[in-house]
Each structure stands twice: as structure tokens, then as C-alpha cells.
Design a protein around this ligand. Structure first.
Ligand SMILES: [Zn+2]
Length: 304
């Protein structure tokens, strides 16, 4: 009994204190907006208002956190003893507002940040189906999808249909998603191009922020692929090509990756390690613990 007591009440808390304790937050963001926002609730969750981002940073700083780059964050994680409370900001996908709205603000606030880029987005050939879906629902009062007629007068009705379709399309490959819209009579190319042109960062915008030491660039794959669902060849290509394209175009070393949809598996992890990434990040899970596997580092959502 005494031994049990010793392990349970003394050794374990000591072990937790030394090796498992929380060192800080890798905050996951997507878009920063100034005033205007998306209409669909799910798309709104991808956005933070500019003033909310300022509040978030101030709140962390008031709580004693220091904002550091992702490199410094990972170094602190590997240190045996640290009393620092640290945080770092990450943006996924590659939206233009990261450059136009977030960057000047973070520079002013001296807060390091990372952008994780899907090559398709920066190449202006992504399928932004979640915005196309919002567009078609919020521009009509009735819609026929898969042969079924939906009355969509109110935001609530529109969001209900959005959620149904979102759930259906989330599990599909990009090619099948685009086919689904076209099959339902949606002018996919016109609407998708409109969003690509307005919300995707370009190479020159990315180059402009990448050369600032405040900014770290990481991979978010080539096509925003759900990695565990891909064949070995496709998976390796997504991981390797995205890294080398970014390194060549930006003349920098890319050694971090965020998994699209937070989707990882033993195979993904092993390939990411082999290809030479130093760490991989999930989409959720909260604060980072010292003992976390560096290829499955959790991140913190600001609004949940
Ligand atoms: Zn993403």
C-alpha cells in the first residue's frame, strides 16, 4: 500500500511536473477579417476579426505568455526545464488577409507568426467549395440539390442546408466535390474563380511576408489533401513537393507541416519524419505538453 501511495501521490505528480507539463499554446487561425464576415456559420468559424486578434494577443500577454516564433516554441518544448509560458500564432491554408490584414498588425504588435500554405491556394487553383456553397445558398431563396428542393429564406434554413452538404462533401476528394457542384447545375468555374481572386494569397504576397523574420512558412500540402486517405505515392508527393516548391520559390527552409483537417496516421507520421520535417501539427487538442510526439503537436482554437 505504501509503495502504491508513493507512486500515486509522489512520483506521478513529480513526473507530470517535470515531463508532461504544459508549456504553451500554438494558436490555430485561418482568416483575419476587418468588419465584413462570412454568412455561413461554419465559414465564420474560420475567421477572427482584427480587433479580436488584438484582444487575443493582449489577453495572452496579460496572462504572462510571451509570443515566440514556432522555432523557438519547439526549442522550448524540448528543453528539460523551462518556466516560460509561450504562445505562437499559426495560419492555415494561405489566405490573402494573412498578408493584407494580419501581417501589418502582427508586425506592429511584434508577435511572430507562421503561415502554412497549400500550394493549390497560392497557385490560384484551389477548389474553395465551402465558399461556393455559401455563395449559392445566400443568393437564392430556393435550391434543388440532388433532386430535392429546399426552401432557404432564412439564415437558419440556409445554414441547415449548408451543414448537410458540408458533411457530405467533407469526406470526398476535391475532384468529386467539384463534380457534385457541376452535376447540381452550379456555375462552378465562375463562382470559384471569384473567390480565388479575392481571398487567396499570391506568390508575390507570400514572398513579401516570408522575407520578414517575424514570419515562418510551413507546408499544408499540395492540394489540401486528407493525407491518411491517400495512396503512399500520392501522400509522399503531397509532402515532398509542397516542401520543395516552397523552399525553391521562397528561398527558405521549410521544416514544419500542419495536416489538412488535422488528419494524421502512423503512415503519415512516418513519411513526414522521413522526408525531413522537424514537426507536424494537428488542428485541435489544446495546449502543448512537453511529452507530446513532435509529429502530433496539438493546437489551440481561439474561439472554442
Ligand atoms: Zn486547411
Amino acid at each position: 500500500m505504501k509503495l502504491l501511495y508513493f507512486i500515486k501521490d509522489i512520483l506521478r505528480p513529480l513526473y507530470n511536473k517535470l515531463f508532461r507539463y504544459y508549456i504553451g499554446d500554438v494558436i490555430v487561425l485561418h482568416r483575419v477579417v476587418d468588419g465584413e464576415q462570412s454568412k455561413a456559420t461554419k465559414n465564420k468559424l474560420l475567421e477572427i476579426q482584427k480587433n479580436e486578434l488584438v484582444q487575443l494577443i493582449n489577453q495572452y500577454r496579460n496572462d504572462g505568455y510571451e509570443f515566440v516564433s514556432l522555432d523557438v516554441f519547439m526549442k522550448e518544448k524540448n528543453r528539460l526545464f523551462t518556466n516560460k509560458r509561450i504562445a505562437t500564432i499559426t495560419f492555415d491554408d494561405g489566405y490573402r488577409d494573412n498578408y493584407a490584414i494580419a501581417y501589418p498588425l502582427l508586425k506592429e504588435l511584434k508577435a511572430p507568426f507562421s503561415v502554412f500554405i497549400s500550394i493549390d491556394i497560392i497557385e490560384q487553383k484551389a477548389a474553395l467549395w465551402w465558399y461556393v456553397l455559401e455563395d449559392i445558398l445566400w443568393s437564392q431563396k430556393e435550391i434543388i440539390l440532388d433532386g430535392k428542393t429546399y426552401t432557404i429564406n432564412t439564415d437558419e434554413e440556409k445554414n441547415d442546408v449548408f451543414d448537410i452538404v458540408h458533411a457530405k462533401l467533407s469526406g470526398l476528394d476535391t475532384k468529386d466535390t467539384v463534380s457534385w457542384f457541376k452535376k447540381n447545375g452550379v456555375d462552378w468555374d465562375t463562382i470559384n474563380t471569384k473567390y480565388i481572386k479575392s481571398i487567396c494569397m499570391t506568390w508575390s504576397e507570400l514572398q513579401a511576408i516570408a522575407k520578414d523574420s517575424l514570419c515562418t512558412v510551413g507546408s499544408h500540402t499540395l492540394t489540401h489533401a486528407r493525407l491518411p486517405l491517400q495512396s503512399t505515392d500520392v501522400r509522399i508527393n503531397e509532402l515532398k513537393q509542397s516542401k520543395s516548391i516552397l523552399e525553391e520559390r521562397l528561398n527558405c527552409n521549410v521544416h514544419f507541416i500542419t495536416y489538412p483537417y488535422g488528419a494524421c496516421s502512423a503512415e503519415v507520421e512516418s513519411d513526414v519524419r522521413k522526408i525531413g520535417y522537424a514537426a507536424g501539427f494537428l488542428s485541435r487538442g489544446g495546449s502543448v505538453r512537453k511529452d507530446q510526439n513532435r509529429y502530433r503537436i496539438t493546437r489551440t482554437k481561439w474561439n472554442q
